[in-house]
Design a protein around this ligand. Structure first.
Ligand code: 13P
Length: 251
């Protein structure tokens, strides 16, 4: 059975002290309680090692929000997949639309990041999703298919099976506009169908695909009840334990 996952993406929020307080509170809240899903928090790089030392990593997985497309060396300011792994993080978010858009991350760059993440034993949470213009022109399926064909569909089946996918329509991120349950389910079913076409139905059935974009405690139960929605990648609502816990409890 594929896993249900609720993953937080803190983005560029929280000082080290604030982040530690948030992670510790979440850890305490989940102690003595078994959620019906895997829980992951995607912190900024600076929090990774401290958070890893302070929480129960069997209960809360830790994700970086990025890693370098180079292995090591003279790349000032970059953080390698190996470094991420050494902190105790188990996941890395790759291909987020904010990185594609603001930091010009191309499919070529993402392929290098994916290879390095996998080589270092990190689980990529690989994001895809279309802009509003594409949705308005009804081009979302072709757009997302191209994003996947240029990147993760080039992986071996064994590597593909290590990924978690996240569909995040850009028009729903941070806007308060969630994709309707039908729109989200329809796209995730489409993604699963093209995974089946590429890697076979069994692999498609085992792939966890998350929805992201203004997911909150109110809309999560209906979204997570859909047959192809295996959880959420949560931005704003992951920054407060009560909000995030309510989303976890939607499973
Ligand atoms: P919001 O939940 O703030 O819309 O962000 C979604 C997102 O981009 C998670 O990666």
């Amino acid at each position: 059975m594929r896993k249900n996952i609720v993953a937080g993406n803190w983005k560029m929020n929280k000082t080290l002290q604030e982040g530690m307080a948030l992670a510790t509170e979440l850890n305490e809240t989940l102690a003595g309680y078994t959620p019906n899903c895997d829980v992951v928090i995607g912190t900024p790089f600076i929090h990774l090692a401290s958070v890893a030392a302070a929480i129960d990593k069997k209960k809360i997985g830790i994700a970086a929000q990025n890693c370098a497309n180079k292995e090591k060396g003279a790349y000032t300011g970059e953080v390698s997949a190996e470094m991420v792994k050494s902190t105790g993080a188990a996941y890395v978010i790759l291909g987020h639309s904010e990185r594609r858009e603001y930091y010009n991350e191309t499919s070529e760059i993402l392929n290098d990041k994916l290879a390095l993440a996998l080589a270092n034993g990190l689980t990529p949470i690989y994001c895809c999703g279309e802009a509003l213009e594409v949705r308005n022109a009804n081009g979302q399926n072709a757009f997302v298919q191209k994003q996947l064909e240029e990147t993760i569909f080039k992986l071996s089946v064994d590597d593909f099976k290590k990924l978690v996918l996240a569909y995040e329509p850009i028009w729903a991120i941070g806007t308060g506009v969630t994709a309707s349950t039908e729109q989200a389910q329809e796209m995730l079913a489409f993604i699963r169908s093209i995974i089946a076409g590429k890697f076979g139905q069994e692999v498609a059935d085992e792939t966890s695909i998350l929805y992201g974009g203004s997911c909150n405690a109110k809309n999560a139960p209906e979204l997570f009840a859909q047959p192809d929605i295996d959880g959420g990648l949560i931005g704003g609502a992951s920054l407060k334990v009560a909000d995030f816990k309510a989303i976890i409890d939607a499973f």
